[in-house]
Write a protein that binds this ligand. Structure first.
Ligand code: NAD
Ligand code: DAU
Length: 337
């Protein structure tokens, strides 16, 4: 039986990953370590919180003693690190926590993986470590790291640490670098759920700058299957880009959401741009497709329809995560724009 420590498993991608693994791989045990920041919610664990192969532990990945205790108590053989501060805008207004969690936290997990001689350490990274693209080309695994935001700089620092632990101490690792995810349980500070939530409530849709920034979208379930495939099939020391081959300008994504919700384009409001805003990301995912036989299962059109339906049908969830601090955050983030 594989016994995995998943970190950040109460967040968007982590909770989708744990749900998928528990449903599809009954031989796996998961210890789920999450600090429950504003982005982590026990509501995201609906349907599996009390699963017999799942143990939720509230705690910080920077707490080395706790991490070692979990590894010993649950006979963990693998760490998959999803835990992070993940929002670029928040890293611009306050970078320190990004360094603590994304860099020091990853370091703490690596030390535990080394000292406990774990079978595998998987670092869930991002395509943003590569910087930005012009109108042509795609990121490959050979693209030099050139992060532009405090968020992506902290993720790149973590990637370097992972490779350094592999090189220096033989920690058996993989790094995955995925493009923009969307789907159920994404916190509504990110583009797609924010626009769905605002449109459902007939609120303005704040589009940064000209709205022609391009992202390569992947449905969250497909990111989860890719990480699982890496765990099952990848040799240690390999890095994999993951992407949906689905580049869209932000305004085109918003247009689809408005049409599906039958809301007017007049809700769109162009606002002041994000400082240092990366113009375009696009992923060359040939390596994982060819070497590990992974494929995304959904087109963007299928995925976005499923996602919009999920948010329509889960307005209680939306209501609970946007209460309290979210309103303060929203007013602060968008007041001068
Ligand atoms: P998220 O913000 O939704 O979830 C992050 C989770 O980590 C939350 O549950 C939070 O409580 C937890 N966490 C934060 N600090 C912690 C700490 N110190 N100790 C323990 N838990 C802590 O993020 P997400 O969108 O699910 O992203 C997950 C991972 O995937 C991140 O590493 C992110 O960099 C990476 N990633 C995200 C995307 C995307 O589009 N969302 C794309 C590529 C890579
Ligand atoms: O590429 C992977 C990355 O994708 C992940 O590593 C990050 O964790 C994740 O947050 C995401 O980063 P982005 O900055 O691309 O995502 P975000 O949803 O914040 O923004 C997507 C695009 O939409 C970007 O061009 C900025 C724009 N945007 C965003 C918001 C929140 C707006 O125009 N208006 C908004 O209100």
């Amino acid at each position: 039986m594989s016994r995995i420590l998943v970190t950040g498993g109460a967040g968007f991608i982590g909770s989708n990953f744990v749900r998928m693994v528990l449903a599809e791989h009954p031989e796996v045990f998961i210890a789920n370590l999450d600090k429950l920041t504003y982005a982590g919610n026990l509501e995201n664990l609906a349907g599996f919180l009390d699963h017999s192969n799942h143990k939720f532990i509230k705690g910080d990945i920077c707490d080395g003693r706790l991490v070692e205790q979990i590894i010993d108590e649950h006979r963990i053989d693998t760490i998959i690190n999803f835990a992070a501060e993940s929002h670029v805008d928040r890293s611009i207004t306050g970078a320190k926590i990004f360094i603590e969690t994304n860099v020091t936290g990853t370091l703490t997990l690596l030390e535990a993986a080394r000292d406990k001689d774990l079978e595998r350490f998987i670092q869930v990274s991002t395509d943003e470590v590569y910087g930005e693209l012009g109108p042509e080309g795609k990121f490959t695994e050979q693209t030099p790291l050139s992060p532009n935001s405090p968020y992506s700089a902290s993720k790149a620092a973590a990637d370097h640490l992972v490779e350094a632990f592999g090189h220096t101490w033989g920690v058996k690792y993989n790094i995955t670098r995925c493009s923009n995810n969307y789907g159920p349980y994404q916190f509504p500070e990110k583009l797609i759920p924010l626009m769905i939530n605002n449109a459902l409530n007939d609120k303005e849709l704040p589009v940064y700058g000209d709205g022609l920034y391009v992202r390569d979208w992947l449905y969250v379930y497909d990111h989860c299957t890719a990480v699982w495939r890496v765990l099952q099939k990848a040799p240690p020391g390999e890095i994999y880009n993951i992407g949906g081959c689905s580049e869209k300008a932000n305004l085109d994504v918003i247009d689809l959401i408005l049409k599906r919700l039958d809301k007017p384009k007049s809700l769109i409001k162009h606002v002041k741009d994000r400082p240092g805003h990366d113009r375009r990301y696009a992923i060359d995912a040939d390596k994982i497709i060819t070497d590990l036989a992974w494929q995304p299962s959904l087109s963007f059109e299928e995925g976005i329809n499923r996602t919009i339906d999920w948010y329509i049908n889960n307005q209680d969830w939306l209501g609970s995560v946007v209460s309290g601090d979210y309103q303060k955050y929203y007013e602060q983030m968008y007041k001068d724009r």
